[in-house]
Design a protein around this ligand. Structure first.
Ligand code: NAP
Length: 257
């Protein structure tokens, strides 16, 4: 992978340290910094046959892993957790060591956002994880369903009456002490965060393929919410993958490392 807009040498191959530096969060954020990561086909599809895996290239997988490594917490909408059969974040002794040295919890927990609480306790989210998942949900979820998720090992937190808006989600993350936030979608959760002005940055991979199909875009919301973003970098892999990082305009005062 190379950085196309490298101010010194755009032909330089990025090593892990270089990549880590390019994706570092702002130093000591004083509130949750919401980073969102997506992969899309060139024609704008967010999935192939309902899953994003068909879009992943080696460079995308590399950056996906790096973003997880740098995050304190991983946030995902329930549609994605269900559709992609999410499990807990993978780890290794070396990764745990690197995270601990960086002042991060050894394993980033997964937070699932769901108004309905419709999560199967047999999901990998509960059965294949090193740390308990967290469920941010609504007061409309019946007690019995909440109890089933708690019994399955989740930390269930009722944070809203119905839908969880961006400010409420960020406040809940802040309340838990999580500042380096990685949101892995999906499109509906991302749309809400955009509409509510709660997105600090987008990391977007453009996979070098066309997909057609009926999959939607990376964000959907009932309202339009134009939000200016400034490019931080653009990476390219030899297979044609492009990976960009954009930060919300006006976030310049929060200098990146
Ligand atoms: N290409 C990529 O990088 C990528 C990344 C992620 C997902 N995807 C794809 O996106 C598709 C899923 O799309 P999606 O829009 O359904 O994903 P989603 O946003 O993860 O899921 C929507 C569901 O999440 C919950 N939710 C989202 N926002 C909420 C909010 N503000 N408050 C309360 N609950 C909220 C609701 O769950 P309840 O119904 O339980 O209330 C809602 O039905 C899948 O095909 C997946 O593969 C692709």
């Amino acid at each position: 992978m190379r950085r196309l807009d490298d101010p010194i040498d755009p032909s330089r191959i990025l090593d892990d340290a270089g990549l880590r530096a390019l994706y570092s969060y702002p130093p000591e954020p004083d509130r949750p910094w919401v980073r969102v990561n997506f992969v899309s086909s060139l024609d704008g599809a967010v999935a192939v046959d309902g899953r994003s895996g068909g879009l992943g290239t080696p460079a995308d997988k590399k950056v996906f892993g790096m973003l997880r490594e740098l995050a304190e917490v991983i946030v995902v909408g329930a549609g994605t957790a269900r559709g992609e059969n999410y499990g807990g974040a993978r780890t290794s002794p070396a990764l745990r060591e690197r995270r601990a040295a960086a002042g991060l919890p050894e394993i980033a927990p997964i937070v699932v956002v769901t108004a309905s609480g419709d999560l199967d306790p047999q999901m990998r989210l509960f059965t294949d994880t090193f740390v308990p998942p967290v469920v941010f949900t609504s007061a409309r979820v019946p007690d019995s369903k909440r109890r089933a998720l708690t019994d399955a090992g989740a930390d269930v937190q009722v944070v809203a009456d119905h839908e969880i808006d961006g400010a409420t989600l960020v406040a809940a993350l802040d309340g838990a002490g999580w500042r380096r936030v990685l949101c892995e979608g999906g499109p509906r959760l991302f749309g809400t965060l955009i509409a509510d002005g709660s997105v600090d940055e987008l990391c977007l991979t453009l996979a070098p393929m066309l997909a057609a199909g009926s999959a939607g875009r990376i964000a959907t919301a009932p309202v339009s919410a134009p939000t200016s973003m400034r490019r931080e970098h653009l990476l390219a892999d030899d297979d044609g993958t492009l990976l960009g990082r954009w930060v919300r305009s006006g976030n310049g005062e929060r200098k990146l490392e």
